[in-house]
Design a protein around this ligand. Structure first.
Ligand code: FAD
Ligand code: NA7
Length: 448
């Protein structure tokens, strides 16, 4: 019997288990599927933890999400085509839900398709290698006895699907003066509660999603001022009073931050919104994806199969406009490669396909072109399998409109409504604005 290991039970891992389960229910022989998840529950980043640093077993904490995190894109852009928001909540809900609502939705489909049966929790994978003689992957997993003693065991698999995410290992730069700064310096990975900075003057480094959202969060929950220092380009939004963008940090001198334009500012704390590293220390070097955060990492056929050994696959390793639907489309491709429904491509075919996509990506030079690029990538995946179709062009249009909305009002874009690409239903306008709504609970959201 074919054995497939799925590593991680976040949105990607759950998408993979769902894809296999759909095939099994339709009568396919899917072999044995085993999902190893290092945490005690599913949901990946969406499973909020207050912990930072190390977890209860001494492993780096996986979670990077913080309290009061609301979806940064319209939920209609990530809606599962085979499990709609209307189905889950029983009625249309607004377009920008907080974390707990999206967690409930992801888990709702996983419960419906009953994929928990495949998952072994508290089972971090410690090693993955390939045995050329046996033509199998050797996967070493750690588990713990009730006594607390840990056990390492190694199992053989015909396929391995890595779904461990890439927004958990922080990229932590150092600037002169960090070592003598009298306040707190933390990475966005360790940011948990904006209320910590109420009344404080905050410096944020970075100019992408984390910098944008943590600056807004901090202001919303009462920070005195936020200075955002960009390295390459300003985000350039029409920021509310209290948030200012400045060029790159040069150095810190005591509490004073000096920037490359010669200006300076006294700050109480620094948040490094400087991104994350693709980090897979448990995978043998010749099987390990190594890439910066971009829309088409090298070495992955269809953005999924490791070209040097395509029985190893990676899900969700791209930078992300599309999330849950892209993960689904990838998971269906991975499943069909495992089941032999998609022909095994030759090394030449894989190399040519990857080269064509990367050439195309090299010509992308604006946000709108990035959206188009990832839309076409998802479209390509969807032509390969029976993943239930949805109105992909509408989703693309939503992303474009969403970018315009952000330019119009960075504090107001989350109050807009979008139409579902699956059901056509339009999210109702919330009764309170995002800016004026401090409560991010599921219960409160469903009353809005
Ligand atoms: P993850 O969610 O990271 O899940 C990976 C899983 O693998 C985890 O459960 C982890 O415990 C497990 N794992 C890791 N290593 C091992 C191991 N060695 N052995 C076993 N298990 C392991 N996306 C959106 O669509 N909308 C948003 O608003 C949004 N906001 C975001 C905000 C933040 C702060 C961050 C960091 C990301 C955000 N994202 C958002 C993007 C996010 O990447 C995806 O939504 C999604 O969580 C990615 O799923 P994943 O399964 O690839 O990875
Ligand atoms: P991103 O999107 O990878 O962005 C990282 C940012 O960090 C980017 O603006 C970089 O600037 C900046 N960066 C990286 N290194 C440095 C140094 N040394 N100094 C200053 N600035 C630096 O990560 P995010 O955390 O924002 O977003 C990741 C996910 O989390 C995303 O999917 C969201 O949904 C939430 P650059 O432009 O390269 O100069």
């Amino acid at each position: 019997m074919t054995r497939t290991a799925v590593i991680g039970a976040g949105p990607c891992g759950l998408a993979q288990l769902h894809a296999f389960e759909q095939a099994r229910l339709a009568g396919a022989d899917i072999g044995e599927i085993v999902c190893f998840e290092k945490q005690s529950d599913w949901g990946g980043l969406w499973n909020y933890t207050w912990r930072t640093g190390l977890d209860e077993r001494g492993d780096p904490v996986h979670g990077s999400m913080y309290r009061y995190l609301w979806s940064n894109g319209p939920k209609e852009c990530l809606e599962f085509s085979d499990y709609t928001f209307d189905e889950h909540f029983g009625r249309p809900i607004p377009s920008f839900p907080p974390r707990e609502v999206l967690y409930d939705y992801i888990v709702g489909r996983a419960k419906k398709s009953d994929v928990r049966q495949y998952i072994q929790f508290e089972s971090p994978v410690r090693a993955v290698s390939f045995d050329g003689a046996a033509q199998t992957f050797e996967v070493t997993v750690q588990t713990w006895e009730p006594s607390g003693d840990s056990v390492l065991r190694t199992e053989s698999f015909d396929h391995v699907i890595v779904a461990t995410g890439h927004f958990s290992t922080p990229n932590v730069p150092e600037y002169p003066g960090f070592d003598r700064f009298p306040g707190r310096i933390l990475h966005s990975h360790d940011f948990r509660d904006a209320a910590e900075f109420t009344g404080k003057d905050l410096l944020i480094l970075g100019s992408s999603y984390s910098a944008e959202d943590i600056a807004l969060q901090a202001l919303k929950y009462g920070a005195a001022s936020i200075t955002v220092a960009y390295r390459t380009a300003a985000m350039g939004f029409d920021w509310p009073d209290g948030i200012t963008e400045v060029p790159a940090l040069r150095h810190l001198e005591g509490h004073t931050a000096h920037f490359t334009d010669g200006t300076s500012r006294d700050v109480d704390a620094v948040v490094l919104c400087t991104g994350y590293l693709h980090h897979f220390p448990f995978i043998d070097a010749e099987l390990r994806l190594s890439t910066p955060n971009n829309l088409y990492p090298d070495g992955l056929y269809k953005g999924v199969a490791w070209t040097a050994n395509p029985r190893l696959m990676y899900l969700g390793m791209q930078d992300q406009y599309y999330t849950f639907t892209m993960f689904d489309a990838q998971a269906f491709v991975a499943r069909d490669l495992v089941l032999g429904r998609l022909p095994s491509p030759s090394p030449q075919e894989m190399a040519a396909d990857v080269a064509a996509w990367r050439d195309r990506y090299a010509r992308v030079d604006s946000i709108m072109e990035q959206i188009d690029f990832q839309t076409e990538y998802v479209r390509d995946l969807m032509t390969l399998t029976d993943y239930p179709s949805f109105d992909l062009d509408l989703v693309r249009q939503h992303f474009v409109e969403w970018e315009h909305d952000k330019d119009e009002s960075i504090t107001g874009y989350r109050d807009k409504s979008f139409a579902s690409p699956c059901t056509g239903s339009v999210g109702p306008t919330p009764s309170t604005t995002w800016w004026d709504e401090p409560d991010d609970s599921l219960a409160r959201f469903l009353q809005r």
